[in-house]
Design a protein around this ligand. Structure first.
Ligand code: FAD
Length: 384
């Protein structure tokens, strides 16, 4: 499909999450006609906390949304990495103004719902068709037919699968295959500062245990809304659902050997404020799609969230795709450039996320935080 009259191509994006909403906004800025099909009935502020590392914030700047998230979120003064048991500092990365200087963009932590709301605000009105859960794709000559679970159909020339971990676009391309339970679970909770009872809490700390860790940070500019995620191995996940209510006694028992500050943070979590999440993944053999259908974000490369780079990888995908579209003569070659540019980077972030070693000791974090998807080339150097 030629790009010479890009406004005429019918582009369907499946999923209005982090990647789908950002892609819709940027493609509309280039003059594309885009429709987004989202299974949810309406916009929902789901999820708890999320890191916007500088590599992600560069894309937010391209979307002109960087100021919006800086107003709602907090810029941590540093990213502290401590031994979980005695609290010894393993590695401290200075952030705040230093992040601007070192990585060319800020580091922000905030509520996931605030990030999503900012992204949705950049999408033109009436772009998203809500309540459209994709069932499958059918190739009908030059046209791709999308069928939805409500019995309706739509037609497009190009389909971008931004439909997350259990992507139906991916199933249509590669056959159905469940993502794998990683053997890791996370307790995630948030509560108000007053409940901490005067405990001094740094802006952003990862407490490293042997097979476990606890990450804690503030979700808002005023540092009133406290968040933690406590990760641990678990042999099985007993249900189809991704999450369940968290058992506070189980959580506190599992982290009972952690530093007293961490035990205090977990002890103060009120009943009902904690959920337990299964962490799913797929192997790092990326299926990007073909010349008409492309996968981005978790639909393509779900990974363990141990580097907090899931959303960043989705937005790097978006920036790379936009650049590829601007430089190519047709969608097929833009998609090929996209895949060639992303494969190595995604493989490396996937590998280091799985190993859970990033910043456990002295680290050169430039390769993650300093990456600029708006200029990076397929040959961009990665660490050994
Ligand atoms: P998503 O943002 O998950 O968006 C996928 C969208 O597709 C959703 O809106 C979904 O409703 C829609 N969809 C799914 N199936 C269909 C279908 N069949 N038809 C139509 N629409 C469909 N990462 C971090 O780095 N740090 C965090 O703290 C963190 N917290 C998270 C909290 C939650 C609740 C979730 C869901 C994810 C979290 N992640 C976090 C992961 C990170 O958000 C993802 O890596 C990132 O959202 C990937 O973006 P995406 O656009 O690929 O997928």
């Amino acid at each position: 499909m030629s790009l010479t009259n890009n406004g005429a191509a019918r582009v369907a994006i499946v999923g209005a999450g982090i990647g789908g909403s950002a892609l819709a906004a940027l493609m509309q800025g280039l003059g594309y006609t885009v429709t987004v099909y989202e299974q949810a009935e309406r916009f929902m502020r789901v999820g708890a906390g999320i890191h916007l590392s500088p590599n992600l914030m560069r894309v937010m700047r391209r979307l002109d949304l960087h100021r919006q998230v800086l107003v709602s979120g907090q810029e941590p003064a540093g990213f502290l990495n401590r031994d979980a048991y005695d609290g010894d500092m393993l590695y401290a990365l200075e952030l705040g103004e230093a992040a601007h200087r070192q990585f060319g963009a800020p580091f922000v932590a905030l509520r996931r719902g605030d990030l999503h709301a900012a992204l949705m605000s950049a999408v033109a009105p009436n772009t998203v068709q809500w309540g459209k859960r994709l069932a499958g794709l059918d190739w009908r000559g030059e046209t791709i037919e999308l069928s939805f679970e409500d019995g309706t159909r739509a037609h497009a020339d190009i389909v971008i699968g931004a439909d997350g971990l259990r992507s139906r676009v991916r199933s249509a391309l590669c056959g159905f295959e469940q993502p794998t339970f990683s053997g890791q679970v996370a307790f995630r909770g948030s509560y108000q500062r007053a409940l901490l009872g005067g405990l001094r809490v740094d802006d952003l700390t990862k407490w490293w245990g042997d097979e476990t860790f606890v990450l804690s940070y503030w979700l808002d500019h005023a540092r009133q809304d406290f968040y933690f995620a406590a990760m641990m191995p678990q042999s099985e996940w007993p249900t189809e659902a991704s999450s369940m209510p968290g058992d506070l006694d189980e959580m506190r028992a599992r982290f009972a050997d952690f530093h007293p500050d961490v035990r205090h943070m977990l002890a103060r979590a009120p009943q009902g404020s904690v959920t337990k999440w299964a962490l799913f993944e797929r192997p790092a053999r990326f299926e990007f799609g073909n010349s008409r259908v492309l996968l981005i974000g978790d639909a393509c490369h779900p990974m363990r969230p141990f580097m907090s780079q899931g959303a960043a990888m989705a937005l790097e995908d978006v920036a790379t795709l936009i650049r590829a579209l601007m430089g190519a003569g047709d969608f097929g070659s833009a998609f090929a450039t996209f895949a060639a540019t992303r494969a190595e980077r995604l493989g490396e972030v996937h590998r280091v996320s799985s190993a859970n070693t990033f910043m456990r000791g002295p680290t050169q974090p430039e390769w993650v935080f300093g990456y600029d998807a708006l200029t990076a080339h397929p040959s961009a150097r990665l660490p050994a």
